[in-house]
Design a protein around this ligand. Structure first.
Ligand code: NAD
Length: 360
């Protein structure tokens, strides 16, 4: 189901032939249409692979557009261009395209098949796999959606060549998280190797094969966890390491009109949650020091002050995913790979964790 390739056209010819859809549509956003589509099909008018006759659906880019209007645009295009229950949708883009395209596929004619070809690092290691699809609604992230698994996720590292440094770093934060939850030995050394490899790739395009290998390994950790718990009743919550504090930081900065990319907020959130892991569940000081030093070097200072703590705490309490009764819940580590779900921490200790993030 997850396929890694360096020849995207050949792989897609084989994969779509295996599916045998009556019509094949490609969904992209304005950026992936320009930067990624040419790697997939030679021209939007030629048949690049079986069933595809240039039926492109193009949507505006960015999370602001992951909304009902854009979803309607996709439904309308599918309907007007004659999609049936036996048609196939190929999502070519970052997490916005895979989330919205996945939800369009889940809902159109009560569900059609789809393939994700993620083109950002974040989508490759996270958003495109696991079957969570959806849109933002009424000011709330991912408020409406469905679980609908793609037929395949096709990973091709060549798409990353046109991605900017900030988006590479954003995706790398989720890879760091996968190392921390998936590896019981050498986690910090592996985080360092990952950072070095991506820095070389970003600077000169070197080590693309190594990037492809690291991406496949990283998404494999998510894949194994999702297979055990597809609808997040238990172990899938491990993927939320760094996300309780991270989501609150992301929301606060959005409120202040100084938004940051998701992975930056997760990286800062992980720094705080590794501190909580040290205090609450006995994470060793060497891992705490090594991992938080690297994360703060890579992602820089977190732009919050102590005046923000009350608002951040209120945001954590309002995040339904992270609360039980009146307590904020965290995923913590006793050691890398030794995961503790549904941990709680008192307000004062959460504020200490925020101090720790600011002092890095
Ligand atoms: N479903 C899930 O499990 C899951 C998990 C994590 C995140 N998400 C969602 O993913 C979204 C974020 O994903 P993202 O970070 O990929 O953002 P994105 O899709 O907005 O992509 C970031 C930017 O990069 C551009 N882009 C994409 N590929 C490119 C390429 N190869 N070269 C140049 N530019 C390119 C896009 O057009 C966009 O402007 C959020 O909506 C988030 O909620 C979903």
């Amino acid at each position: 189901m997850i396929i890694t390739t360096s020849d995207i056209q050949q792989t897609m010819r084989e994969v779509t032939a295996g599916i045998g859809a009556d019509r094949t549509f490609v969904l992209c956003d304005v950026n992936t249409r320009q930067k990624c589509l040419p790697r997939l099909v030679l021209s939007s008018r030629t048949s690049g692979f079986p069933g595809f006759s240039g039926q492109l659906i193009s949507i505006p880019a960015g999370d602001d557009n992951k909304n009902i209007d854009t979803l309607t645009l996709v439904w309308r295009a599918l309907s007007e261009q004659g999609a049936t229950r036996h048609s196939l949708l190929i999502n070519l883009g970052g997490g916005v395209v895979t989330d919205i395209g996945g939800f369009a596929a889940a809902s159109f004619k009560r569900g059609i098949r789809y393939i994700n070809i993620p083109t950002t690092l974040l989508a490759m290691v996270d958003a495109a796999t696991g079957g969570k699809t959806g849109i933002n609604f009424a000011g709330l992230k991912n408020e409406v959606g469905a679980f609908h698994q793609p037929e395949h996720v096709v990973l091709c590292a060549a798409f990353l060549a046109s991605l900017d440094k900030e988006n590479l770093l954003s995706g790398m934060a989720e890879m760091m998280k996968h190392i921390l939850i998936g590896h019981d030995t050498d986690a910090v050394a592996q985080m360092e190797t990952l950072a070095d490899t991506l820095a070389d790739f970003q600077a000169s395009g070197a080590r693309q094969d190594e990037v492809a290998r690291l991406v496949r390994h990283s998404v494999g950790i998510k894949e194994r966890i999702v297979a055990q718990d597809p609808t997040e009743k238990g172990i899938r919550k491990a993927l939320n390491l760094g996300h309780t504090l991270g989501h609150a930081i992301e929301s606060l900065l959005l409120e202040k009109h100084t938004p940051v990319l998701h992975g930056y907020a997760v990286a800062w959130g992980m720094i705080g949650e590794l501190y909580l892991s040290h205090v609450q569940t006995g994470l060793g000081v060497d891992v705490l020091r090594g991992a938080t030093r690297l994360l703060s070097e890579l992602y820089g200072p977190c732009p919050i002050g102590c005046n923000d703590y009350d608002r951040l705490y209120a945001l954590m309490l309002h995040d339904k995913k992270n609360t039980s009764a009146d307590a904020v819940r965290f995923v913590l580590l006793a050691a890398p790979g030794d995961i503790r779900l549904d941990c709680t921490a008192p307000r004062e200790m959460i504020f200490e964790a925020l101090d720790f993030i600011r002092e890095r």
